[in-house]
Design a protein around this ligand. Sequence first.
Ligand code: NAD
Ligand code: MG
Length: 381
Amino acid sequence: MQRIAILGSTGSIGTQALDVIARHPDEYRAVALAARSSAGQLAGQVGRFHPAAAVLTNPPEGFVGTNECQWSFGEEALLDICAREDVDAVLVAVVGIAGLPAVLRCIECGKKVLLANKEALVTGGELVMRAAKEKSVPILPVDSEHSAIFQCIQGRPNARPVRIVLTASGGPFRTWSLQQVRAATVEQALRHPNWSMGRKITVDSASMVNKALEIIEARHLFGLEADKIQVVVHPQSIVHSGVAFSDGATLVQMGLPDMRVPIAYAMSYPDRLPDVAPQLDLTDIGALTFEKPDFARFPALALAYRALKEGGTAPVTLNGANEVAVQLVLEKKLPFFRIASVLEAAMDRLPGQPVACVEQVYEADRAARSAAQEAARRWIL
Ligand code: NAD
Ligand code: MG
């Protein structure tokens, strides 16, 4: 029996993880659940999954919990979950840099990390990977591309890949002209062709900032240099990513686009669970296509390589500015197309500085947010 805590249990990843747990009650138990403010939904999950603890970081006014489990509130309560004795593994599926302190707390307490939250590695990648190595804590990727890469390198301890093939669906604007992308609305950005996900990552997929963040995530998880990470646009989202080896062989992992597969693999690694997602029949798919990404229409991609080259706080700036820009776009205060302009302005203003401790990451994040707010004023609606 593996006892799992889910940070972000009411979200897209969180609810799919609970679906996997519900199908395998003898192997897994949801022992603690946490969300930001969705009290009704979380109370429903508590009633169904009977965890020992539930947390809301920002509870609605007057909400005191239910008498079915131990409720606690606030950001510190979220971190306390990671330290619980009855927790074996923590699925970190909150949005944004809020994932970083949680991942670090898990490592400190020796809890296996099932990592959906890519922002933790984008902002604190070096600190996280170093701490995980020191404490021998496994970081198991849940992001579908990184899970695919992880699956492709299993059983080959001495064969390091020479290149990562990071696939991208291209999002809703893949075939749009630059002029059309310039006029895109947030409603159009929220219509992802293949995946149903939370709002922030859906906007990130449309701007391709999601792929930018994933380049940085891959750099930290797999230790390859940025120029060995190749983005390939693959609109069918059947090939979830892969690796190339020195002899010319490329291995990829395929499946229908269903996040329960990477979630379940992180939970059951190195084994595989039955009854997770529908089987892929390649004859139903017919054709798979691959394209080079267009850096002119999706300038965020180049910013990821730039952030890795500058190093230190530069990826923190990219991420923090993006969190601000996406929020403004969702509130219809900033045109979708200006997301990359805000990121670039923030990065121009704040060149990468070395990072020695996590406080410097949080400080760089605050600086990035105010630089982004200021840059966004130029284009505010
Ligand atoms: P979502 O918005 O659907 O859900 C987020 C969950 O986290 C909710 O339960 C919410 O209440 C909680 N939450 C958000 N911010 C919080 C905070 N600051 N403190 C505490 N709780 C907070 O998001 P999602 O799509 O499930 O994505 C979660 C993470 O997983 C993101 O980092 C995203 O990039 C990553 N991810 C998601 C997918 C996907 O298919 N949805 C795929 C790959 C990676
Ligand atoms: Mg992904």
